[in-house]
Each structure stands twice: as C-alpha cells, then as structure tokens.
Design a protein around this ligand. Sequence first.
Ligand SMILES: [Zn+2]
Length: 929
Amino acid sequence: MDEVEFWTSDRIRSEFFNYFRNKNHTFVPSSSTIPLNDPSLLFANAGMNQFKPIFLGTVDPRSEMATLKRAFNSQKCVRAGGKHNDLDNIGKSSYHHTFFEMLGNWSFGDYFKKESIAQSWEVLTAVYKLPKDQIYATYFEGDAENGLEPDLEAKQHWLEQGMAEDHIVPGSSKDNFWEMGKTGPCGPSSEIFFDCVGGRNASHIVNQDDPNVIEIWNNVFIQFNRESDGSFRPLPSKHIDTGLGLERLVYVLQNKRSTYDTDLFLPILTQIQHLTRIRPYEGRFGSIDTDGIDTAYRIVADHVRSLTFILSDGGIPGSVGSGYVLRHILRRGALTARNKLGVTLGSFFSSLMPVVLESLGHIYPEITQRTKEMQEILDSEERAFSQILEKGEKLFQQVTSRAIQQNATEIGGGDVWRLYDTFGFPVDLTRFMAEQLGLGIDEVGFEIAKARSRESSTVSPVGLTQGVALTVHDIAYLRDNFKLEATDDASKHELSTISATVKSIVCDGRFISSTSDILSGTSTGVVLDRTNFFSESGGQIYDTGKIHIGHQCEFEVEQVHSYGGYTLHVGCVRKGTLNVGDTVTSSYDADRRTAICNNHTATHILNLSIRDVLPGPSDQKGSLVVPEKLRFDFQHDGPVALPELSKIEANSVRSITRDMQVFRGVVKLETALKIPGVRAVFGENYSDPVRVVSIGRSLDEILADIENSEWRNFSVELCGGTHVPNTAQIENFVIIEESGVAKGIRRITAVTGSEARNAIGVAVELDARLSRFEGVSAPNVAELKTLTAEITQANISVVKKNEFKERLTLLRKSMQKRLKDSQNEYLKAGVSVVQKYFEEHPNSEVYIGVLETNENPKALREIISRVGNFGQGVLSLQRKGGKQWMESVTAVIGGTNWGDEESAQGVGLNSENLVTAIEVAKKYVMTSE
Ligand SMILES: [Zn+2]
C-alpha cells in the first residue's frame, strides 16, 4: 500500500487525536475562526486563542475551562489580513494557506518541557514513523539584552530523546521566543522541522524558508509574564502550547511535491477542472507555470476553503475587519477564476463549495449547517464584484497600458486612489491585479491622494480608562497565598442589600489592609466574600451603589468587574475607613438596577419579536443593556421595513402588557441547547451548567416536555443577566431607532419604563400640535417649520416619527395647493379689475393701481398677458420708456428694478409709500405725454 492510501489526511488527524486521548487529554472543539470575544484578533490563528483566559490567569474558577489540565484538538485557523497574513503567498507557495488546520496539545499548569518534547518525538517517530535523521529541532539561544538565559533544558530533553546533537539548532528570540502581546504570558519555544530530502545534514538550512526543510510543529513553553516595565517574571503556573500544521504533515507523510498534491486539496482541484473544463492541474510553480493556470488552481482551491469556514462561522463580507478580509479573499479568488480559468462570475464559488463540505464536514459539522445561506452570500458578493469589474476594468487597463508604455514599474498613486474612490477597487485588489502584469503600485502616492481627497480624521482612538484592576499576579496571589475563594455572587439576582466581609483592598497596584492611609477620592478596589453587585458581562452594565458600615463608613461603588472569579468593586471611600475583615452592608442602587432589569428582559422580548416578524435568520450580533436604554444588534439584510418594525414594537408591547412571569434556572448546557427555539449568542463561551431565562413558561414546565415545538413561541435564552420578575414591570416599550451597523447587521435601540413613558408623552404632544395644524385653513409657515424640526429631533417611536413625517408632507402639500388656489383667486380678481378699468376708460392707455397677488411674483406678468389676450393691447408702453418709469416708482418705495424699455419690473420694501408711488407713476405718465 503506498503512503497516500495508508496515510490519508483523516487517518493522520485521528491518529493524533488517539495519541493524546490516550495520554489523558480532553478534546476541546475548535473555536470559531472569528474570535467574537477577542477584539485583538481578526481571525483565530492558533489553537491557543480560546485558552487565553487560562494563560492570562483570568479564567473563572467555576467555569468548565478552569478544570482543564490537558487538552487537544484540531483548530480551524485563518491567516489572512492583520499581523499574520499569508494571503500574498497563496498560489506561489507550495505550503502556505489562508485556511489551515492546526493540531495541538496543551498542558495547563500540568506537565512541562520534558514530557511535551517526549510526546512530540513519540508522535512523529513512533506513530507517524518519520525517519529520525530527517527531523530537526530548534531551541531558544537566549537574549542577554533582556536578561534571558538560553533554553538549554529544551536542548537537553531533545538529546535525551535520542536526537543527534547536530540536529538541534539554536534560534534567536525572533524565532524562538513567543509572546502573546507587549505584556502578558510568554516563553521560549522549540520548533520541529522536517527535511523532505534526507540523506544529508540539513541543519544549516533549518528555519531558512527552504521549501524542502519545513517547520511542522512548534512547542511553546509558557513560563514568564512580560510586565509593563518590560521585565520577565515567572508565572504562577507554567503551560504548554503546541501547534502542528496538518496540511504540512500530510504533505510529508504522503510524500508529495506540495501540500496541494495531497488528498486535502486534490478533490477540490478535480472539481475546479470539472466546473471550468480547463486543462488538468499539473503542479507547476513560478516561471515554469507559464500560463499561470496551476497557480490559479491553487489560489482558488485555497480560497474556497477559507471562504467556507469563515462564512460558516458567521462571517459577513464588509468593508472593515474580518468582513473586509472575507470580501478580499472572494474577490481575489473570483478575479483569478475569471482571468485564468475562464469562469463567468456569478455563482462559481458557491458551486465549488460542496466539495469542501464533503471532505471536511465530518470533522467540522458546523460548515454543513447553513449551506444555502452561505451560498447566497457568495453569489451576491460575486455578482456585485463582477459589476465593479465591468465598470473599473477599463480604467485599470488604460492606467496599466500607459504605465507599461512609459516603462514604469508601478501605477501612480492618484490612479490607484481613483480606482478605489470611483469604482470601489480595493487597493489590495489593484495591487494584486497589477502584480499579474508585473507592476507595483505607488503606495506613498496613494496615501497622499487619499489624504487629499478625504478629510483626515482627527479623532484618535480613545483608550480605556485605566482603572483599578486585578492582574494575573494579583489573582494568583489571592488564590494561592491568600487562599481566597472566588466571590460568592449568588445573591446578585435576589437581594438589594446583604451583609458581607471585606476580604481584600487594592489601591495603586498593591494590596492594603486598611484605607486609613490613602487620600480621599483615590480610586480603590474592594473584594468581598460575597456580593449582590452585578459585574459587567454579556452586554449588561455593572451596578453602582454603596458598601457601608452603619453611618461610620461609606464606600461608593462606581464600577464592578470580575477577574478570575473575584468580583472587584471599584470606587472611593467617601466617609470613614474600610479595613480588611470588616463586616459591611453591600447595597446596590435599586432604582438603577430596576431600570437595567426592565431593559434586559425587554431585550429578550425584542429578540423573540424580531425572530417572529422577520423572515430569515436574525441571530444576535451584540447587545447593550444600560439604565437609559437597550440596544440590540442582529443579522438582517438592509433596513427593517416600517410595517415590520411597527409589528416588532407592537408584539413586544403585547408581551409586556400580558403580565408574564419571568423564570430563571440553572440547567446543563447540553440540555438547555435542546429546547426548541432557545436563543444563544454564537461564539459565546457559556458555563456548564448554564443559566436559562424563560418568559411566560416556567423552566420546569419546559424541561418536563423538552421536545415540544411550542416553546418556540416563548422567549427562552441562555443568559446570566438580571431580569424583572414579571413583564408588567417593564410597563412599556418604544423603539426609538433602527439603523445599520455593518453590511448584514442592523441595530434597534429601544426604551422602557419611565423613558418609554416620556417618549410616548412627547409623541402625544407632537401629535396634538400636528392635528391643530391640520385643522386650520392657513397654518403659520414659520410655526410649521419649528414643529418639523422638533419632530425630526424628538426621541420618540420610529414608527410614530415616520407617521408624523408623512402627515407633515401631506400638510405641506395641502398648504401649497391652498396657496396656489388663493393666488389664482387674486389673479382672476386682478384681471377683472384691469379689464373693467379699460372697459370704463376706453381711451386710457395705462392702468395705474394696486393689485393684490398673495406672494405670487409672476402674477403681474400673468395679468398683463391675460388682459392682452382679451385684445385690449392697451398696455403697450413703448413710447413711454418702461425702465425709466419703473425707476421713478422704485425710488419712492425703496427697492430695485430690472427689465427694459418694453417691459420693466421692480420691488421695494417701503409699502407705506405705496400711495405716493402711485401718484409718482401717474405724474410720470402725464408729464411724458
Ligand atoms: Zn440576556
């Protein structure tokens, strides 16, 4: 049997799993490729991401994660965009991928270097039977500047395993010292390389980017914490974090020319050929791939995998962050498919996707669950891109052919900006397209053009206020030295006042036993044995309130946060002294809490109403619950139409007034997820057992008949927040805003309780004023303007506001019509006055008088033409010199005039001189005769 048949990728993966399962490691499923809880990352790029809280020492000791000692899995990783970006290498390289699987094993304060190295060696040489003389390892050579010793321990452990000394290579801190960030956990690493050629000593080309000597596994020994002063301090507990690139291991074991020739990619390449009918894949690289078709195969095969995984994890193409990268990958792939494989864009990637689902769906079932939706997103993006291409490609061709004619090596920055600004060509895409023609882009020129055409943003990002917090050392100190148990916060859902004991006080980065020596007003943190304060989590803001001892001492709580299971009350001593050991009364601001509870329960009600009213998925994408309002972000394409919004609001109000009881309970996570229609936030790390909040049906009733699809009609959510006992307490509910957050994500902002009462009150008042306007025949224009402005700015129901705006439009229309009608009346009256005058004075050649026109500037001309139409012809003033005549009149009324001898007009402000003006006009006619 040859290697490919024996070492299938499935077998390689499962042998790894079996090995670590037998070594008492727990399987922890891969985290999402989009880390929702980690704003520092665009994508999961290593298996350790989801274990950060353990390494940071901030994991809640009651959570399931805190009990983990050893773990293994296969992590879905994406390296595209951000710091770790392999996108530009794809197609050219034989072993880089934007999406890849990272096998990994972890020890959390359990085994360390020796065991980790022994396991890696055993897996590679005994399980996978790789030849020992082709394996190399690196170790950290030390960094004198930073006071770091060489990691001779690691070297020694490799020697003990039987690795030849000339296969163990020292490495610099750049390659062999791993840090999570500027501060935080870090430590030396040991990388394992495999020489695909063999029969030689390849130690001099280890870690030199030689395609034949590739890194397959990395062991990181997390033993220090980098402090903010730059120093390294040993961690309270040491950890192992390893990562083994599956694609590379498969390539080594199947003995292929590149990772693309393995069974992980071959089915995709075959399907590409089937769909495009282009020549088969031949595995050529660089200049040998003369028609670029093999490179195109690799780009498309790589990209369809990352698109599938990012989309299945809830990714949505957009213009920032991971959404931007997703869009860029699709466009890069689509362009390649069109230009090199002759694909007509529209549904190419969605037709290629099934082959990925087929080969990896059994390992990652999540990718098979929203297939239709994923394909729709792909199609709509591909179509949109095709339109952009149609419009912009002409300019791109002009620009590039000019550059080539002029022997330039790059496209001008101004042109790159124009492509972006006018046609929506992202710079990355222009760069990629230019590269295919052997051109670069003028990056500096582009930045200048961009800065010129856009107001440079002066807003600098606001840093988080560095308040009092517990560091990883503080947490370890409280736990290990002080033997302090996690704060008991069970009463946070129940009682507004409890008695508790002060366990620890933190100020200025140190623990103190009394506040007697600190200046009043200094920010201080207090840890109690038990608390009823809610610390900020799951979108719900923290409580504020007081910790006091009778009237002698008062500590004002301004913020509450949780660190590693300890609830830290942050605030200031306002009166007296607080000492460790004191018995205190802990009481939160109950009114503020009530408002928060109103808004939190209302958020659940809104969540259900949205799902009931809107077709398609409407998964929660974010939430904020504060005393003044609630904000809920959810998945939805385009604005929510008004009739639907109105229905969502009405349904929510109905649920509230139905006076339903709110139930809470703690259930096993697995059980909770079985409840039909249960709402959970995608990617959220729930504890097990988990808190469940249900409205209108008790949890007992639900659990007794858990399969009943009727539960879909009730709000059932996994939620650790605080809630009202009864929906009637919420009183009312008003949606005051509906807006977009990103493509495919909408936001609803709403108010409840007294805020809702206010909003309704304001709406009633505006309604009354509007009705008054609608009732009068000639409304005051200035007043109507004021009312319009007030309505636009009012914090009232969006639905009401829209109704008011429609009524305002009608009102304005009918006012315009009335004005026009009355102007017509005046016009008619004017015509008859003039006509009558000439009938009575058949010999007269002029009419001089005052005619009302009601603000109609064209009325006089109209009257002249209509009277003229009657055949009078008497208004001819040719011989009179119209302009001069008009001048004599406007001089009196204080205005200006225009026109010529045949016809002249003028205006003036001094209407009190009108009588005199008439006299002057008459006199002019008489004297000039
Ligand atoms: Zn909730």
